[in-house]
Design a binder for this molecule. Structure first.
Ligand code: TTP
Ligand code: MG
Length: 383
């Protein structure tokens, strides 16, 4: 059965919240981000983007490009609150909502024709509800799968609503750069370009052996995506089979020491997500993708369950030690599965456990207040 997937993404999210809450900023170039010497731009309002300011740019550069901009430090607590409101609105428009970040989600609208004959009209209604209830503008993309829906929502920002059909996808994809395919970053783009492959069209037309050299056992997935085919389901948050985080690196990782730093971050991010969802998991999985795209996973289960960052990290570290790092690793992932609801902090409170709980609670409170990236543990030997 044909699927109907909607991707919704808020426009200039942090900056729009600032403009909404201080109407004097409407129509002005607003730049949100770290204001200290080494700060970077989180986001810029569309007025500021005209000056060339964008996310992840050093703040010093943004000040040079847009000297009359309004520079504001981020207020993560407020953005999280708005995010929860937006996600609650999404829930009214589809039973299957998969949040991707604070300001975007996939909604599966397949089957929604029972309540809404016209899915474009349904999407307009959703955008209007967001506007009316939060005062903010979203862009939306409607397509037969996740990949195309996410592409579509980005095509006519801000305040866009773009539909891509499976037929249109074929001609439309051909001219796009390969970097628009999920999972293809700067390095892979450079490798592909050395084979003369720069657009999705040229990837499709290339010799399969060449593609296989670059993507290994992911070749079929990549070629499907290039043809606009993507069968990944929308996984509603409450039905998530696992919670975790993965990261693709600019440069392949080649030592355990370098991997350790990344794994600590991934373990912390995974633990934080688990606790925010009120879940505990029985199994931890480490995913390693080599430069060759060969992908392996290692899992470990504990009858006590995984809930604290330290436990996730120590288990991941045990699994990471025998991995052959010098082959070059492009992606690492940490996840926890076999999830069940967890009442919160508590459980076995003795000795080391109690200290661990205290530390976790303190760190979570700080993250809740100032944002996830404000604090991280230092690297240390296993406990
Ligand atoms: P995005 O949706 O990528 O960006 P945006 O909503 O600001 O702008 P648009 O979608 O209209 O292009 O990210 C959502 C928020 O996440 C963004 O408002 C700020 C934050 N963010 C960062 O802090 N750092 C980043 O590098 C990026 C990309 C986003
Ligand atoms: Mg956005």
């Amino acid at each position: 059965m044909a699927r109907h997937i909607l991707h919704v993404d808020m426009d200039a999210f942090f900056a729009s919240v600032e403009q909404r809450d201080n109407p004097a900023l409407t129509g002005l170039p607003v730049i949100v981000g770290g204001l200290s010497g080494r700060g970077v731009v989180s986001t810029a309002s569309y007025e500021a983007r005209r000056f060339g300011v964008h996310s992840a740019m050093p703040m010093a550069t943004a000040r040079r490009l847009c000297p009359d901009g309004i520079f504001i430090p981020p207020d993560h607590k407020r953005y999280s609150r708005v995010s929860r409101e937006i996600m609650a609105i999404f829930q009214r428009f589809s039973p299957a909502v998969e949040p991707l970040s604070l300001d975007e989600a996939f909604l599966d609208l397949s089957g929604m024709h029972l309540v809404a004959a016209d899915l474009v009209a349904w999407t307009k209604k959703l955008k209007a509800a967001i506007k009316q209830e939060t005062g903010l503008i979203a862009s939306a993309g409607l397509a037969p799968n996740k990949f195309l829906a996410k592409l579509a929502s980005d095509l006519d920002k801000p305040d866009g609503l773009v539909v891509i059909t499976q037929e249109e996808a074929k001609s439309f994809l051909a001219s796009l750069p390969v970097g628009r395919l999920p999972g293809i970053g700067k390095n892979t783009q450079a490798v592909l370009s050395s084979y003369g492959i720069t657009t999705i069209g040229s990837l499709k037309a290339a010799d399969r052996n060449v593609i296989a050299k670059v993507f290994g056992n992911q070749t079929d997935t990549i070629l499907d995506l290039a043809r606009g085919i993507d069968n990944r389901p929308v996984i509603p948050e409450h039905a998530a089979k696992s919670i975790g985080k993965e990261n693709t690196f600019e440069k392949d990782i080649t030592t355990l020491a370098a991997a350790q730093k990344e794994l600590l971050r991934l373990a912390e991010e995974t633990g934080w997500r688990l606790r925010r969802h009120g879940l505990i998991g029985q199994t931890v999985t480490l995913k390693v993708r080599y430069g060759s795209f060969k992908t392996i996973t290692r899992s470990h289960s504990s009858e006590y369950g995984y809930y604290h960052d330290e436990d996730i990290y120590n288990t991941v570290l045990d699994m990471a030690a025998p991995i052959r790092w010098n082959d070059g690793v492009r992606l690492l992932g940490v996840s926890v599965s076999r999830l069940s609801p967890h009442a919160g902090y508590g459980g076995l409170n003795f000795g080391n456990e109690e200290k661990k709980e205290k530390r976790t609670q303190t760190i979570d409170q700080i993250k809740e207040r100032f944002g996830e990236n404000i604090i991280g543990r230092g690297l240390r030997e296993k406990e």
